[in-house]
Design a protein around this ligand. Structure first.
Ligand code: ADE
Length: 254
């Protein structure tokens, strides 16, 4: 998959792309990331990419010409993918959107800065707008990195263990169960017995129940649309969790 990233700070991306799974995915040609410095497309001596807003007010607005020239360059170089602007005004990014993007063969990620980008560039070129959450970053670069990371790990062959992406939190709407590794006893606290007895059905059941408990405690909103199999429902009943789930699904007035 090809990611073209348009930014005024290309060096922000260098280190995150040179470690771990993303580094390996790049080396193996499963992902390709091309960084374009929007400044290279400014047409004045000072390489200006922003200017004061018409109508007055705080901050600076990214000028339309360098952004447009940068998009046109990556398009001309063959990237026909969706142009996505990273902005707090975008639709809220989620695992579902990550899965949707992972089906595409290329993307163009535009990192906004300052108070935003000129509306004429946004309207003419940005086919999608994404926000990674209800908080304001200093720019779209970290958000673009979040998109690259979360999409890349869904691509075939990127994760060592192909099941991992499937089993993750949000593949189904449950948080992940608690995890333990060696030593068996750490500062007086033992690993739960069930995890050490080798009974896989029991382990699966324990993990499922702990995942539901954690989701109920931390993110009950995720359970509203979650469906359980008859076998899961029996297990939930046995652990006294069915009523709490029914209460969440019924909502505050139910
Ligand atoms: N740029 C600034 N804040 C952002 C956010 N929350 N998501 C995406 N891009 C941003």
């Amino acid at each position: 998959m090809l990611f073209d990233v348009l930014t005024i700070f290309p060096s922000l991306f260098v280190s995150p792309l040179e470690e771990g799974i993303l580094r390996k995915a790049r080396q193996e040609g499963k992902i390709r990331i091309q960084l374009t410095d929007i400044r290279d497309f400014a047409d004045d001596r000072h390489a200006t990419t922003d200017d004061r807003p018409f109508g007055g007010g705080e901050g600076m607005v990214m000028k339309p010409e360098p952004l447009t020239a940068a998009v046109e360059k990556v398009r001309a170089a063959g990237n026909t993918g969706r142009v996505i602007l990273l902005t707090p005004q975008g639709r809220r990014y989620s695992q579902e959107i990550a899965r949707e993007l992972a089906t595409e063969s290329s993307l163009i990620l535009v990192c906004g800065r300052y108070e935003g980008v000129d509306e004429r560039f946004r309207a003419a070129f940005c086919e999608d707008e994404l926000s990674i959450g209800d908080y304001i970053l200093t720019g779209g670069e970290l958000a673009a990195m979040v998109v690259i990371d979360s999409v890349s790990r869904l691509l075939p062959g990127v994760l060592g263990c192909p099941d991992s992406a499937e089993r993750d939190t949000f593949s189904r709407r449950l948080l992940k169960h608690p995890q333990y590794t060696r030593p068996r006893n750490f500062r007086g606290v033992d690993v739960p017995e069930v995890l050490t007895n080798g009974n896989h059905a029991e382990i699966e059941g324990y993990r499922f129940i702990e995942a539901v408990r954690r989701t109920l405690a931390r993110r009950p909103d995720l359970l509203i649309q979650e469906e359980f199999t008859p076998q899961e429902s029996r297990l939930l009943q046995k652990h006294g969790l069915l009523e709490a789930i029914a209460a969440v699904k019924a909502g505050p007035t139910g």
